[in-house]
Write a protein that binds this ligand. Structure first.
Ligand code: IPE
Ligand code: IPE
Ligand code: MG
Length: 234
């Protein structure tokens, strides 16, 4: 049976900004700028559609390998975007949260992220989760470190205990992971919480992703049968 519902948590791998720019003989950072516009459209549409959590993969733990110019361009963009968008999201009662390592970002970006989290922490609308310097493997490593530091014995280590030590333990697992640009892989996104996520791939490059594209992904999700290992009769 199709589940027929709106996913509570939609996660997006925003891929293809560089190719979008290169096709137009533009610098890659202009593709990232266009990507910010796409994200703004999608946040609004997801909110209107009744999605409760929207997570966006903006920078992976591996993306530091890119040229220093591209990394610097992205960091500048994050700082500006967060500052500008917090007020707009807050006006719609949205909450901003951040998933990723906090020890390698430029201080200005970290401060902007933390200020956005603090100023929206009591909002009860859409939860927008920005994944910056995020890696699924790193998230598990960080969880294990926290558990060891807490002094828990090996027998007490369970799936529930690990889940409780992930970056956002109170957020539901992603129901739907969307990846744009035709690549069909996770690239280290939500490895633990995405164990049973539905996957949706589209050839559209992220800067071209619009409201209709999100609607198509949501419609695809509504038609899926989720079994969670429980067999066909679930
Ligand atoms: C995704 O677009 C954004 C980031 C990874 C920061 P890319 O920059 O990966 O674009 P392509 O894949 O090179 O086209
Ligand atoms: C994944 O895209 C990371 C983000 C979208 C932030 P990449 O472009 O970095 O992934 P690969 O290199 O194609 O796997
Ligand atoms: Mg890419």
């Amino acid at each position: 049976m199709p589940n027929g519902s709106v996913p509570r948590h939609v996660a997006i791998i925003m891929d293809g900004n560089g190719r979008w720019a290169e096709k137009r003989h533009l610098p890659r950072v202009l593709g990232h700028r266009k990507g910010v516009k796409a994200l703004e459209r999608v946040v609004e549409r997801a909110d209107a559609a009744g999605v409760e959590y929207l997570s966006a993969y903006a920078f992976s733990t591996e993306n530091w390998k890119r040229s220093s110019a591209e990394v610097a361009g992205l960091m500048t963009l994050f700082g500006r975007y967060i500052g500008k968008k917090t007020a707009a999201l807050k006006a719609r009662h949205g909450r901003i949260r951040f998933a990723g390592r906090r020890d390698r970002l430029p201080l200005s970006v970290l401060r902007a992220l933390e200020a956005a989290e603090e100023s929206t922490k009591d909002e009860t609308g859409l939860q927008f989760i920005l994944c910056v310097d995020y890696g699924g493997r790193q998230e598990v490593v960080d969880a294990v470190k926290k558990i060891i530091t807490s002094g828990v014995g090996a027998d007490a280590v369970t799936e529930e205990l690990l889940s409780a030590h992930m970056y956002l333990p109170d957020a539901p697992d992603p129901d739907l992971i969307i990846r744009t640009s035709g690549e069909e892989r996770l690239s280290n996104f939500w490895l633990w919480t995405g164990a049973y996520s539905e996957l949706y791939f589209t050839d559209t490059l992220w800067p071209d992703f619009d409201e209709a594209a999100l609607d198509a992904a949501l419609a695809s999700y509504a038609g899926r049968q989720r079994r969670m290992g429980g067999g066909t009769g679930a």
